[in-house]
Design a protein around this ligand. Structure first.
Ligand code: AMP
Ligand code: FE
Ligand code: FE
Ligand code: ZN
Length: 289
């Protein structure tokens, strides 16, 4: 009797490096993807593509296919919405202008958050810089790491549950375009847009169909349903929306290295879905061994 086929061809389509708020360099991420038995991995740092070159250089050594990507920060009212962008042209002018504006706002916002925290805790901007590589997209995780280093909290997660939680009043939002603008920009840059972790707020806060319809009309490709932080009660509704709007379903870990409990490869995307993304993306190419 033939052996059951090994699970081959699957990819983890959402992972972060030190270029944003992951704790592993792009090259180390590629090595970890190989160790996790992945066929492919997408590097999707927040609002930045500067890790692609280092990850690409590690492809021959690791044998893992790199799908270049980015996690685009957007905002719908007071709610932060993340849009995954695969195979974009990293030099597209409109996209570059928008991500530069987001990163600049992330920086001033982080400085302001640190100023506010500094009134009550021993914490300086240098503490945050010590947790960040040059040019990285700054986020609350870097402030969390500085709070850990100062001994104010034990872990990143504890910082998010406490000092960095919106209810404490230290944190504030940064500039981000609305999701529709992001979907249009991603398509204009030759990329393939997928709505990231759309179920983290539970069944009652899933995107309304009429709003999703507008994103689909603008070129939304899929929903990231298999994600460790999507709540189980939201998933049936999301699968129904994917079916109704003809959207692809992706799976990914949203790995942040040691910065989050998510394990690389714990959620994955089927090979045929990855192939469709590759077929639709024209702004850049996957890097194969
Ligand atoms: P920001 O980009 O500043 O809005 O911070 C949000 C980022 O922090 C997201 O990319 C999350 O992945 C990360 N994050 C949120 N909650 C946690 C947590 N409990 N532990 C570690 N990272 C988290
Ligand atoms: Fe993150
Ligand atoms: Fe996200
Ligand atoms: Zn992410």
């Amino acid at each position: 009797m033939p052996e059951a086929p090994a699970v081959v061809g699957e990819a983890d389509l959402h992972a972060h490096s030190t270029v944003s708020d992951g704790t592993e360099s792009p090259a180390r991420l590629m090595r970890q993807a190989a160790a996790a038995g992945l066929w492919g991995v997408a590097l999707t740092d927040h609002d930045a593509t500067t890790g692609w070159a280092e990850a690409a250089a590690a492809v021959p050594e690791t044998g893992v296919v790199l799908i270049p990507g980015m996690e685009f920060s957007t905002r719908e009212g007071f709610t932060s919405v993340h849009m995954l962008a695969y195979l974009i042209d990293p030099l597209h002018e409109g996209l570059l202008a928008e991500t530069a504006r987001i990163r600049e706002s992330r920086l001033t916002r982080a400085e302001e958050i640190v100023r506010r925290i500094g009134r009550d805790y021993d914490l300086s901007w240098d503490d945050v810089l010590a947790q960040t590589i040059e040019g990285a997209t700054i986020g609350r995780p870097h402030i969390a790491d500085a709070l850990v280093a100062r001994g104010h909290v034990a872990t990143r997660s504890a910082a998010f549950d406490g000092i960095l939680h919106p209810r404490t009043g230290y944190a504030q939002p940064h500039y981000a375009p609305d999701p529709l603008t992001a979907v249009r920009l991603i398509r204009a840059a030759g990329g393939v847009p997928v709505l990231a972790h759309p179920g983290t707020r539970g069944a009652h806060r899933v995107i309304p169909p009429e709003r999703l319809a507008r994103l689909v009309d603008a070129g939304l490709f899929g929903l990231e349903i298999d994600h460790p932080e999507n709540r189980d009660d939201a998933k049936p509704q999301l699968r129904e929306l994917a079916r109704r709007f003809g959207l692809a379903v992706t799976g990914s870990s949203d790995y942040h290295g040691a910065g989050k409990p998510n394990r690389l490869g714990e959620c994955r995307t089927a090979r045929d879905v990855v192939e469709r993304i590759i077929a639709e993306g024209s702004g850049s190419s996957p890097v194969t061994p």
